[in-house]
Design a binder for this molecule. Structure first.
Ligand SMILES: Nc1ncnc2c1ncn2[C@@H]1O[C@H](COP(=O)(O)OP(=O)(O)OP(=O)(O)O)[C@@H](O)[C@H]1O
Length: 469
């Protein structure tokens, strides 16, 4: 976060302990830029904090906490091959990857895309840190059926698609992958479970839900003059995300448009396009959770048709020039292409791009994440199931407190200047009126194959824990 924005007010006595004073820095006691995942090294008794209303007992009570510490937690707490503690070793592993000549050719493409293709040596090194049951196999290792790909944490699906596009011929694995159960051949990452009649949704029902009789013209519905200061801020495997200030009175928030192509026959970003039924759960989940503090706030859903408007194409190109896009150029869409557009409140930058100003901020961000999930679980049995740091957005706020409503009880948590929002419900599960919406992850082989970060082990560990159910 930018210090010049007046955020220094959040620097408090607790943070003095983390101040990068030269003496301590030299002794490697403290790190200059304290990032959440590295905070495990610190062992600092925190200043008092309060979560008002958590329970009658804890009401208005201040409790002393300490940041996670290896000695405090004990060696057996993370009883698995790749614990958060070992993640530091994995970072070291990534360093060796860079030094490895064998992969140098692959680097320019794969590094930008958060993807590392391991050599045999690296696989061996990596396996030392891995749980024996977590087989990590090199793509060229004939004896193993699993094709292991070492990815950086975060949005794994996109990286995997890019891997296919750029590396498959190099690794001569295309045949194996074609025959595999893959979302690329037949997307199954979303489908409805529950009441049968709700399994398929017609176009007309979908339009009705959007308060439309038919799709709107893309160019007219989102014309340039309705949007001020528009720019592309992100992308997913399923769509492009643009931020803008609405050119209408009374609209205080900046909005984002998540534009998702649907129903078309061409593959986009290495994925088949979703159909109306497949996108339905994400819409339902987003709408339902929208009223809960900590989940993405949605203004509107609409369906539009037509070529990608030129002003969006220009913004797409600018993003590609400046940051490099992993997605396909939107010029590929024709006149008849349909898109679902989600209009959401702008919710900040994802956690992987945020440096907390002090440790209390990160602590209270965590409190907000926990309470958001608690309310979602209590109200709708919500499970996110892909809660990596790329799916947590952080925005600065001038509000002193953030309020949650858990089971009719008001919970108030200090903001410490940050407001969190949990996004991306693609893999999520929710129950509304006895109808459970989820996608069957046990069919999603790819989800359980990536390696390179604790995040990917979690997917496998959860699958084992749930015994494939
Ligand atoms: N409400 C929002 N406010 C600010 N940025 C957002 C918002 N929603 C999405 N983004 C940005 O757009 C990116 C892509 O969004 P999202 O994760 O919802 O897309 P996706 O296509 O579902 O991704 P995935 O590839 O994980 O399936 C996010 O990482 C984030 O940077």
């Amino acid at each position: 976060m930018d210090k010049s924005s007046g955020d220094e007010i959040w620097e408090d006595s607790f943070d003095k302990l983390l101040d990068p004073r030269p003496q301590q820095s030299n002794l490697n006691i403290i790190k200059k830029n304290v990032r959440l995942s590295y905070n495990i090294d610190t062992s600092v008794e925190n200043s008092s904090h309060s979560i008002k209303g958590c329970s009658p007992k804890s009401c208005n009570r201040s409790v002393s906490i300490s940041t996670p510490n290896y000695n405090h937690l004990g060696k057996d707490l993370f009883n698995c091959g790749l614990s958060p503690i070992n993640r530091l070793q994995l970072d070291g592993f990534e360093d060796t990857t860079e030094k490895c000549n064998a992969d140098k050719d692959a680097e320019p493409n794969t590094k930008k895309r958060g993807l590392i293709v391991p050599s045999k040596n690296q696989i061996d090194t990596f396996s030392k840190f891995s749980n024996q049951t977590n087989k990590v196999a090199c793509a060229s290792n004939q004896s193993n059926k699993i094709v292991g790909v070492v990815l950086k944490p975060g949005k794994w699906r996109k990286s995997l698609n890019i891997f296919r596009q750029t590396q498959i011929s190099v690794l001569n694995e295309s045949k194996k992958l074609e025959s595999r159960n893959s979302v690329c051949q037949d997307r199954k990452s979303i489908f409805l479970n529950g009441l049968n009649k709700q399994n398929v949704i017609s176009q007309q029902d979908f339009y009705k839900y959007c308060n439309q009789g038919k799709p709107l013209k893309f160019n007219a519905a989102y014309s340039q003059y309705k949007m001020l200061k528009t720019h592309k801020i992100g992308e997913g495997a399923y769509g492009e995300v643009f931020r803008y200030t609405p050119n209408r009175k009374g609209c205080k928030n900046d909005l984002v448009l998540k534009i998702i192509p649907i129903e078309g026959s061409i593959e986009v970003n290495g994925e088949k396009q979703k159909n109306f039924s497949q996108i339905w759960p994400e819409i339902i989940i987003t709408k339902k959770l929208s009223s809960i503090q900590g989940f993405a706030n949605i203004e509107k859903v609409s369906t539009v048709k037509g070529k990608y408007p030129q002003h969006f194409v220009k913004l797409w190109k600018r993003y590609d020039d400046e940051k490099g896009s992993e997605n396909d150029h939107p010029g590929l869409f024709g006149e008849n292409q349909l898109f679902v557009v989600l209009e959401l409140h702008f919710a900040g930058s994802d956690m992987s791009n945020v440096i907390f100003l002090n440790s209390e901020q990160s602590f209270y961000a965590l409190q907000q994440i926990i309470l958001t999930l608690a309310v979602g679980e209590e109200d709708y049995q919500f499970e996110h199931r892909d809660l990596h740091w790329g799916n947590i957005l952080i925005k600065s706020t001038t509000k002193k407190h953030i309020c949650f409503k858990f089971n009719n009880t008001d919970l108030i948590v200090d903001s410490k200047g940050v407001n969190i929002t949990i996004i991306d419900y693609t893999l999520s599960r929710i129950t509304i009126d006895e109808c459970c919406y989820f996608n069957d992850l046990s069919n999603d082989e790819e989800l359980f194959q990536a390696s390179g970060d604790y995040q990917f082990d979690i997917y496998r560990m959860m699958r084992n824990e749930l015994k494939h159910d």
